[in-house]
Design a binder for this molecule. Structure first.
Ligand code: SAM
Length: 214
């Protein structure tokens, strides 16, 4: 039987077309071994992790002492960028055990756990100074509810949440409405919201949103 050869764009397209959490887990379990090389290649030029790490450094009072949750950490590209910027306490969580295995090999995470961000996160309230979520709010992956509210719950008072949302997914998945709801409940304030380069080789943009826990 012939094995179908997957090209980087095929994985990206399949990931964005995921129809279920199970489907998504199975694609990333297959993609994990080649993910880093492919997304960092010139053809995709995935710049979001380094942009978010620089923003995190800029908005944090004491970055080296900040407890950070990297939600949807994948293979650890964001953790590595945060670590390079000076972060020392980084926990990661992700749906795919194969992605987590590679994240573990980076050596930058204090802990890594498997979790589904479409469900409540099994962690205590207000334990992180900073929560990042990069590349996971995208078509076929994770929507705003309950994830953003969960990030707010996990974040300490006056802590920061930094997320990227694929531009076309921002309106389609009603992120604005969810953020406005949390603002109206005085759970968070919006510090900044801007379009940034994301998968630059594709010309993809993402909404970068910075929230502060009230
Ligand atoms: C495009 S990758 C981004 C990974 C990493 N943050 C990065 O920037 O390289 C998307 C990640 O979301 C994870 N993911 C997809 N659905 C998820 C879910 N329901 N819960 C948690 N993680 C999920 C995938 O396993 C994958 O690692």
């Amino acid at each position: 039987m012939m094995t179908e050869v997957q090209t980087p764009d095929m994985y990206l397209a399949q990931a964005r077309a995921c129809g279920s959490v199970q489907d998504c887990m199975s694609i990333y379990d297959k993609w994990a071994a080649t993910y880093n090389d492919e997304v960092m290649d010139k053809a995709q030029e995935y710049v979001a992790p380094s942009i978010v790490a620089q923003v995190a450094l800029r908005v944090s009072d004491n970055f080296a002492q900040s407890a950070i949750l990297d939600a949807g950490c994948g293979t650890g590209l964001v953790g590595q960028a945060l670590s390079l910027a000076g972060a020392k306490i980084i926990d990661g969580l992700d749906l795919s055990s194969a992605m987590l295995k590679i994240a573990n090999e980076t050596g930058v995470y204090r802990s890594l756990s498997q979790a589904d961000l479409t469900q409540p996160v099994q962690k205590d309230d207000e334990i992180y100074d900073l929560v990042t979520c990069v590349g996971t709010f995208t078509n076929g992956h994770v929507g705003p509810d309950p994830a953003i509210r969960e990030f707010a719950r996990l974040t300490k008072k006056h802590g920061t949440i930094i997320v990227t949302v694929l531009e076309e997914f921002w309106e389609a998945a009603k992120f604005s409405a969810e953020v406005e709801k949390l603002v109206a409940e005085k759970l968070v304030v919006v510090v900044a919201k801007e379009l940034i380069d994301y998968v630059k080789g594709h010309g993809d943009k993402a909404m970068l949103v910075i929230l502060k826990k009230e």
